[in-house]
Design a protein around this ligand. Structure first.
Ligand code: KG4
Ligand code: ZN
Length: 341
């Protein structure tokens, strides 16, 4: 008999609530905060305020869309961390209140576990998609993290490599900011790059032998290239936006693809997955699909709605923790920094 889980995600700038029946998503509502766009990045204080405004209507809508009332809910899963402390506090305080007043157990979830297990979410549109088989390698690429994780079982994993400076999403966002394209930069670059030449410009490649990543050299090389060209041509960015976006995107994605190949060779694992906001990238999907064909990988990338932040991915981890009786006490506090292991 499966369980009904209400899940809440509020770690950054998306307020989200979902209702799951086991791994099946009955509803998944995401309210993205537009208030940050004009600042070119997330403003923590504004994020907390927006979460406060959004959380009740978002949870209410998730319950309504799932056509379920609170007394049917077996547990409430929520993001404990990592993320912005003020944002996490809004979610966790709300969940504590709801849990105490309705006597529903609560389950804390690490946001990164959510991204890793997003592959297991099923709804009416992806019911036939195969789930990854254990062990699999997951490339977790988001705004704050870039890691290759060997996932041995539900809630059992080993980190094979991580970034020593910027995250992949950060590289997209920071370079987009240099070109004044808007925030978040990843999806904007993805769109603009469709009309550009990936070989128009070349940037510095990181020289790291193990499975770690580095994007700061690429970012600096991008910045210097633009600075040098602007000296000769003040319209350089406007005249070359598509080529700059395509070349930059290809450089970032090739770094990710090369490291995944290396990790697969090193471990002998051919079940490969990518998740987190950057896994929404269309060029990444193209490159990984080609690599998968060439190397006989079983490739898994979640549907777009489960790549960027959403509560359904928190709910599925909550479900696995429920099955292991891993509940949280009411004195638990959120954590801005939280490791995966
Ligand atoms: O997983 P996520 O929603 O939040 C974090 O946990 O960080 O990831 C957000 C990141 C941002 O850096 C955003 O620019 C990037 O994911 N992103 C993309 C795309 N969609 C979102 N990057 C490249 N291409 C995309 N299509
Ligand atoms: Zn995330």
């Amino acid at each position: 008999m499966s369980k009904y889980i209400l899940a809440i995600e509020s770690s950054c700038d998306d307020t989200s609530a979902a209702v799951l029946y086991g791994e099946k998503v009955l509803s998944n509502v995401v309210s993205s905060q537009a208030v940050h766009e004009k600042y070119g990045g997330v403003v923590p204080e504004l994020a907390s305020r927006a979460h406060e405004q959004n959380i009740i209507p978002v949870v209410d809508t998730a319950l309504k869309n799932a056509d379920i009332s609170l007394d049917k809910i077996d547990a409430i899963a929520y993001t404990r961390g990592p993320g912005l402390l003020g944002s996490l506090l809004v979610g966790s305080s709300f969940v504590k209140g709801l849990s105490l007043s309705r006597n529903i157990p609560m389950i804390e979830v690490n946001h990164l576990h959510g991204h890793i297990f997003a592959h297991f979410l099923r709804d009416n549109e992806n019911a036939d998609m195969p789930q990854p088989k254990f062990p699999f390698l997951n490339l977790l690429i988001s705004g704050g993290h870039t890691q290759i994780i060997q996932v041995n079982d539900y809630l059992d994993f080993t980190i094979l490599g991580g970034t020593i400076d910027d995250a992949a999403g950060e590289a997209f966002d920071k370079c987009a900011k240099v070109m004044d394209l808007g925030y978040p930069g990843g999806p904007i670059i993805d769109k603009i790059a469709k009309n550009g030449n990936i070989n128009a410009f070349t940037f510095a490649k990181p020289k790291i032998d193990n499975l770690d990543f580095s994007f700061s050299g690429l970012k600096t090389s991008f910045l210097y290239l633009i600075r040098d060209h602007l000296k000769e041509n003040p319209n350089f960015i406007e005249e070359n936006t598509a080529d700059l976006a395509a070349s930059l995107q290809a450089s970032i994605i090739n770094i990710l693809n090369d490291k995944l190949i290396k990790a697969s060779k090193q471990t002998g694992i051919k079940n490969i997955a990518a998740s987190g906001g950057v896994s929404a990238n269309s060029y990444l999907k193209k490159v990984l699909t080609e690599t998968a064909q060439k190397r006989q990988w079983n490739l898994h990338i979640p549907p777009l709605r489960y790549t960027t932040d959403n509560a359904a991915m928190i709910g599925v981890v909550g479900y696995y923790k429920y099955l292991k009786n891993e509940f949280a006490g009411h004195t638990i506090s959120p954590r801005a920094r939280m490791k995966i292991l």
